[in-house]
Each structure stands twice: as structure tokens, then as C-alpha cells.
Ligand binder design. Structure first.
Ligand SMILES: Cc1cc2nc3c(=O)[nH]c(=O)nc-3n(C[C@H](O)[C@H](O)[C@H](O)COP(=O)(O)OP(=O)(O)OC[C@H]3O[C@@H](n4cnc5c(N)ncnc54)[C@H](O)[C@@H]3O)c2cc1C
Length: 435
């Protein structure tokens, strides 16, 4: 399946209930402005529920499910867009219904919005709307960068929003015949429930592999590289993929059993899994002091950064800071399997002291035929520029680009490449934030 189709499919599925309701609408429902507003009000309600359910179904984190989408970060971008569209529909729904009623009288418009007594059909709708506003609001840039754990906690209110919207729809449903309504909502709700059940219940038992920390290397004072040995089964993965790691070590100052995404820096064939972690917040700071012998649990693999099949296409790699990890994993794999490729890595860091793994990268450049390393020091060269790329990689425009690092570098590199004429589909990115 093409990536474009994979991202379009959830929208198409979410549109089905709306299209069915529209096709079943009678001529009378288009006969006056009030009737049309009423129909639009009901359609936005239907759209809100189907968008919410499809979005919930996409939250499933079964390894491999993200591949057609181009990786989990891309899949979650679609999940978030569906959620934002659901919020827009849910807000438009009562407004359109009360405008429709206002064509008869203002009292009727007010009655449309105010639940009378124990009118659960109405209360459930309001509960869904409020829960959605509270859980989705922090996702919008307007409210600033949300604190991850608070955002995650608020996100659980999505269950209340879905439940409220389902009750509201079943008690008030008028747009779809009841058998069809049960069929459509039943299938979508079952998909959403299965995704959530896997994510929060079954994956904890069946989807996580137990590993022991065998070694802790310290390439810098704010980075550790953990070598992990499996208890039983080892993870199968491709170079550049990432996992969720949860440490089970009570000695850690923070982050006990808390899962965080980290890229595998080891080659797929290595006996140990290696993960390089930079101190970027509470949990990643605490893990700097993890001791050999501690247990961690691993869920994955996820991501689709590098091509799944060998290709002779020339590549440009741009890494920023700890965003070097997927490239490190791929290079270690190429060196271990004695493969060559045509790739030029531009490694962007503040200064030499922060060019972590640079000695190993230089050794790999000598070992892997066709691989070349250029370091870009911000303190000397300033922000990455087209001129810098043209000097160190004159044919950069004709290469397929892979970029990984902090958001500002990602944005800068992407805009340099686009302005230089690189096609959008020749630029592959891996974001290190998932919100
Ligand atoms: C695909 C991917 C691969 C990554 N690979 C690496 C790697 O190889 N090495 C490395 O050092 N870091 C990597 N990161 C970043 C790492 O996940 C965060 O630094 C870590 O989760 C921070 O958690 P914290 O509690 O220490 O910090 P916090 O203060 O909680 O957060 C710091 C930043 O990390 C983000 N973050 C926190 N928790 C999560 C989470 N569970 N999921 C997504 N984002 C989160 C926050 O939005 C914030 O931007 C990767 C992130 C992603 C999405």
C-alpha cells in the first residue's frame, strides 16, 4: 500500500457514516434553510464520532502497523489530525442544530442546547464535548509546549469523550436506520476498543520483552549507551528503528516503569541491543545512573526511517545531536555485514566536545566503502546552510535525504533542501518528539 493511500484510508473510513447518512437523507431535509442546518448539524455529529473512533483505532501500537504510514511518528500525525477534525465537528454540531431551531424560535434554539433534568441523551453529548475540549486543547500550539506526562494524563479523557459521544448518538440517532447504525458504530467502536485494549492491557503482557542491562558505556557526561541482554526472546528489528523502553529499577530517581521512545543504536545482527540515551528531561536524566543488572522492558520495533530494501540510490544524511543514533545503528550494521553504500553524513553539533561517537564514526568511515563524514560545528559555521552543504556535498540536490534531530534542525534542513529543488518525497525525517 502506498503511503499516500495509507494516510488517506482513515479519512475515507471516517467519511463512510457521513456519506451513508447523506445518501439516506430525504428531499424534505433539503427543503428549507432550517432543515439544511439541521441536517448539517446531525452530519457534523456523525462525523465527530466516526473521526474519534478511527483516531482511537489508529492509537494502536502493534509493531509493524505503522510501516505503511512511514513509521509511528507519521501515523500519529494522522491520529492527531483526525482528533483535531473531530473537535472542530463536535463544536460545530450544537451550533448548527441551535441555528436550525432558531429559524423557528429563539426558545427552541435555547432548548436544543440546554438539557432538561435527567436528559442523558443531552448530558452525554455535553460530557463528550467538554472532555474533548479539555483533552485536545493542550495539543494546539496556541497553549504552548505541553508537559509530556500531564498531556498524556489528560489524553485519557478521550475515553470519556468517545463513551459520551456513543451514548449521545445511540439515544438520539435519527439519521441512520437503527440496524445500520448498530452495524456501523459497532464495527468502528470494536476497532477502537481492540486498539485501546492492545495498547493498555495486552501489549504489557504479550508485547513487551524483558531485558537486563549488561553494560553501561558513557560516551559523554550527559549520555549513556546501554547494552541490553534478553531474558528469553530477542527483538527482531531493522537498522534505524526505535523501541519503547521502560526501566524497572527502584533505585532510579524518576521514570520507574515509564515508557519512553529510543532509537536502537545497535546493528540488527548484534547479540546485545544498544540504546544511547541523552539526558533531556526527568526520566532520561535518571536513567543515566542505571546500574548493570537492572531490568528494562522493550516494546517494538517501530519506525520506517531507512529503506527496507537495499538500493543504490545516493543518500544525504543530516543528523543533529542525539539524532545521530539511527545513522550509528545503520553504519554499525553496514560495517558488520561488509556492505557499501553511497552516503554522506553531515553531523551537526554545537562544538567538537558535543560530537558524540565521532571517533567511532571516523573509524566507520574508514571501514564502510562509499560512506563519508562531515562535521558541522554551530559555534564556528553558524546555522546549517545551503552553501555548507554545496561545499561538502556538491551533488546534495540529487541525493535522497534522511534527517534526524531536534525540530529546529529538521525544519531548517528541510527548507534548505526544498528551496534547492529537492522533491518533497525525496526527504525522509524522523522526529524525536511524538506529541
Ligand atoms: C522516535 C523517537 C526516537 C528517539 N530516540 C532517542 C534516542 O535514540 N536517544 C535519546 O536520547 N532520545 C531519543 N528520543 C527522545 C526521547 O524519547 C526523549 O528525550 C525522552 O522521552 C524524554 O523523556 P524525559 O522524561 O526525560 O523528559 P521530559 O522532560 O518528559 O520530555 C523532554 C522531551 O521529550 C518528549 N517526550 C517525553 N516523553 C516522551 C514519550 N514517552 N514519547 C515521546 N516524547 C516524549 C517531550 O515532549 C519533550 O519534548 C527519541 C524520541 C522519539 C520520538
Amino acid at each position: 500500500m502506498s503511503r499516500r493511500l495509507a494516510h488517506a484510508l482513515p479519512w475515507i473510513v471516517a467519511a463512510i457514516p457521513v456519506m451513508v447518512a447523506l445518501l439516506l437523507a430525504s428531499a424534505a431535509e433539503f427543503a428549507s434553510a432550517g432543515a439544511i442546518l439541521n441536517l448539517l448539524g446531525r452530519l457534523t455529529g456523525i462525523a465527530a464520532l466516526s473521526l474519534l473512533l478511527v483516531s482511537a483505532a489508529l492509537a494502536c501500537r502493534v509493531p509493524g502497523f505503522d510501516l505503511p504510514f512511514g513509521g509511528l511518528t507519521k501515523l500519529w500525525a494522522t491520529h492527531h489530525r483526525l482528533g483535531a477534525a473531530a473537535l472542530f465537528m463536535v463544536l460545530a454540531h450544537p451550533v448548527l442544530l441551535s441555528l436550525s431551531a432558531a429559524t423557528a424560535s429563539l426558545d427552541a434554539a435555547a432548548l436544543t442546547l440546554v438539557p432538561a433534568g435527567a436528559d442523558w441523551a443531552m448530558w452525554s453529548g455535553w460530557i463528550a464535548l467538554l472532555a474533548m475540549v479539555v483533552f485536545l486543547a493542550p495539543s494546539f500550539a496556541f497553549f504552548g509546549e505541553p508537559e509530556y506526562q500531564r498531556w498524556r494524563w489528560l489524553h485519557r479523557l478521550s475515553a470519556l469523550a468517545v463513551l459520551g459521544a456513543l451514548v449521545h448518538t445511540f439515544l438520539l440517532a435519527r439519521s441512520l436506520p437503527s440496524a445500520l447504525s448498530v452495524g456501523i458504530w459497532g464495527v468502528l467502536a470494536a476497532a477502537a476498543l481492540a486498539a485501546v485494549a492492545w495498547r493498555f492491557v495486552f501489549s504489557r503482557r504479550a508485547g513487551r520483552l524483558r531485558y537486563t542491562v549488561a553494560e553501561v558505556a558513557r560516551p559523554a557526561n550527559n549520555i549513556v549507551e546501554l547494552s541490553l541482554r534478553p531474558f528469553e526472546h530477542s527483538l527482531k528489528f531493522s537498522a534505524g528503528q526505535f523501541v519503547y523502553l521502560a526501566p524497572y529499577d527502584r533505585q532510579l530517581a524518576a521514570g520507574y516503569a515509564e515508557e519512553h521512545p529510543y532509537t536502537l543504536s545497535s546493528a540488527p545482527g548484534e547479540r546485545a541491543l544498544r540504546i544511547a540515551i541523552k539526558d533531556l528531561g526527568d526520566a532520561s536524566r535518571a536513567i543515566q545512573s542505571i546500574a548493570p543488572g537492572s531490568e528494562v522492558r522493550i516494546e517494538g520495533p517501530y519506525g520506517d526511517f531507512f529503506p527496507r530494501h537495499d538500493s543504490a540510490e545516493p543518500e544525504l544524511w543530516i543528523a543533529g545531536g542525539i539524532g545521530i543514533t539511527p545513522f550509528l545503528g545503520r553504519l554499525r550494521h553496514l560495517a558488520a555485514t561488509q556492505q557499501s553504500l553511497d552516503a554522506r553524513l553531515v553531523y551537526c553539533v554545537q562544538d567538537q566536545a558535543r560530537a558524540h561517537f565521532s571517533e567511532e564514526l571516523e573509524a566507520l568511515a574508514a571501514q564502510v566503502p562509499g560512506f563519508d563524514l562531515t562535521q558541522h560545528f554551530f559555534f564556528r559555521e553558524g546555522p546549517l546552510s545551503a552553501e555548507f552543504l554545496a561545499t561538502h556535498c556538491p551533488d546534495f540536490v540529487s541525493r535522497r535525504a534522511y534527517i534526524c534531530g531536534p525540530d529546529p534542525l529538521l525544519e531548517r534542513a528541510r527548507s534548505i533542501l526544498l528551496r534547492a529543488g529537492v522533491a518533497r518525497d525525496q526527504i525522509v525525517t524522523e522526529e524525536f518528539t511524538l506529541l
